[in-house]
Design a protein around this ligand. Sequence first.
Ligand SMILES: Cc1ncc(COP(=O)(O)O)c(C=O)c1O
Length: 449
Amino acid sequence: MESIPISQTKEIIKNNLDYTLFSWSKQKGISPIAVKYAKGVYLYDYDDKRYIDFSSGLMNVNIGHGDQRVTEAVVKQMQEVSYVTPSCVTKVRGELGKKIAEISPGGLTKTLFTTGGAEAIENAIKMARLYTGKHKIIARYRAFHGASYGAMTAGGDPRKLASDAQQIPNIIHVEDPYCYRCPWGKEITSCSRECVSHVERVIQFEGPENIAAILMEGESGSSGCIKYPPDYLQKIRALCDKYNILLIADEVMSGLGRTGNWFGVDAHGVIPDMIATAKGLTAGYLPFGALIVSDKIAAHFDDKVLWLGLTYSAHAVCCAAALEVLNIYEEDGLIENVNTMGKYIEAEVERLKEKHPSIGDFRNTGLLGCIELVKNRITKEPMAPFNANPEEMMIMNKVAAKIKELGMYTFVRWNYIFIAPPLCITKAEVDEGLAIISEAIKIADAYVI
Ligand SMILES: Cc1ncc(COP(=O)(O)O)c(C=O)c1O
C-alpha cells in the first residue's frame, strides 16, 4: 500500500515522539510546538504560526530569542578553543568571573562554574557542608531547586514525590510565607511574621549546631511567585547570623535581571553567603550555571581541598556566551526595561481583575509573575489544587489549550498562569500577550461560583 505523505511538521513531531522522551509528562497525548526558528519574544513553527513566548522558555531566555551577538561570541570562542580542562584557564573564564564579582552583592567574588542550575545547588549544599562541618540544610516546601537527587530533595516541589524514596539525607523543610494563603491564617498587615518564628523553632528543634545552611530562592518562581513579606529575607539573614548558619540564595530563576535587579536578593537588602544561578546567565543559548561564594568561604579553601568538580566546569564556549549575555543586559538596558514593563504589567493585570472574577491573585516582581485562578475570591478555592491530578486539571487544561490556540507559549501549572516574558519585551508585545491571557481566562470565569 502506498504510504500517505505526512507534512513536514507532522514528521518532525513524530520523530520526536517516537524517539525521544519528554520531561514531567505521560508520553502519550502530548502535542508539542515544533519550533522552526525564534526571534525576540516570538517562536515560529513550521507552518509559520507565531507564538508569543510569555515565559521566556523556562524563564531563562532573558535577552530574547535569536540574538546573533551570542552566536558570534560562541563561534569566535570555538574558533580559538572550545574546551580546556577545569584545571587550565582561559581568558574568557577569568573575565566572566570578574564580571560576575562586579554585579554580585558585596563580598561575593569567587565563582565555581557548573553545567546548569541543579549542579549549582548540589555544589552549594556540598560546599556549605565542607565549610561549616555541619550537615543539615533547611529549605522550603514550595520551592524547586533542580532535578538531580540532592537538588530535588532540597526542593519540596511535588515533582519529586514519585522518586522520593531516594532522597538525600539531612534536608529539613519549612513552610513558606505564602501570604495569599497564610499557613497561620494571618494577614500580612497585622501578623507577627509567624513564618519567621516557625523557621526559628525548626532551627532550635533540629539543633543549630547541626545546620549548615538555609536555602531559599532569591524570589520564588515556579511554585507560584510567592512573594516574601518585605522584611522576611532580612529576618532569615538575622537568624542565620544568630545561629551561625549560611544563607544560600537560589537565583537560578530570579537572578540576572529577571526581578528588576541583578539578583532577587538585591531588592531585599540582603547579602547571602552563596548565590546559585544559571538560566539567565546564558539566557538559554547554552546550558550553564554558577555558584558564587563569599570571600570568606572562598578563603577557607585556600588551604583546604575543594572537593568539588565537573568535566565541564567553566566550559570556554559557555563562558563566552555568558559574557556576551551579560554585556547585552547592559548594552540594551534590559534591567531598566524589566522595571518599566513589570510596573506596566502589574497595572494592566489590575484592570484584568475587574473583568475576570476568576483572578484571585497576581504576584509579580519585575518580570517574574503569576496569576492565580480561583473559583471563588472569598473562599479562594483554587481552579486546580496544588499538585492537581489530570481530572482536577480539566478547567486549567482548557485555559492552557486556548492560550496555545491563540498563539502564546507560557508556563501553566495547577491554577497558575505565568507571566515572565523575555526582558526585552515591548509595551505592544505585553498588550498582545495579556489580550490572549484575558481571552483564555474567560473559560475559567465560567466556573466561578
Ligand atoms: C529556582 C530554581 N532552581 C534550580 C533550578 C534547576 O535548574 P536546572 O534545570 O538548570 O538544573 C530551577 C529550574 O527550573 C529553578 O527554577
